[in-house]
Design a protein around this ligand. Sequence first.
Ligand code: PXP
Length: 241
Amino acid sequence: MINKKLGVNIDHVATIRNARGVLYPNPLKAALIAEKCGADSVTIHLREDRRHIRDYDLKYIKKKLKIPLNLEIAPTKEMVNIAIRYQPNFVCIVPEKRSEITTEGGLNLNKKLIQLKKIILKLNKHKIKVSLFIEPKLLDVLKAKKIGANGIELHTGNFCNLVNKNKSYKAAYKKIKSSAILGRKIGLDVHAGHGLTYNSAKIISKIDCITEYNIGHFIIAESIFVGLKKVIKKFIKIINK
Ligand code: PXP
């Protein structure tokens, strides 16, 4: 059996920090906890609007983290230069719209093929492996290979929404599975992510050729409930001493 890897996306630790404009919670602390408890990699998305992860987070996380760092970026000159400066182990290229709440879909591989090809080549020259965040479509898997991507990350958002709403997810699952099988067959690293929860991750983990899962929002959300009791008890102790 193939060992499945977990990449922990810590963007939303920064979201909480930035909501107050203070120094905590520190994404670096979250990255080091992920490392300590066995995560295979840490993912951060440096958005163009810096709404969560900031440049200094990237700098310090890259400096202190021993497990691989996966940097999500939009395919822009500014972001490619930042990636080259900080040398993450992996870059995942994602589409970005200012107004979106989260990365709502995969890359449009009809529009940006030549630009993406150049970016992949440039990052590879700097020893950074590149995956493309794509919709689970066979044609997009082939295009990703054609332009030299080292891997693909299949967008699981639609599938996860269906699972969450208790709707039939069979067709969405099939698309992910066939894209994953094709990706593997043509020599791409196949990752998956977006919207995964305990339930959806359990279902999708049956697809053997997906070797890495990148999960963020649910991990941070669930951590609130796993840790809330401990923090409240500690405060009761502190104010009663
Ligand atoms: N993979 C990619 C490429 C993403 O853009 C995101 C969201 O930033 C994730 C995985 C993680 O998604 P979620 O936070 O919903 O688990």
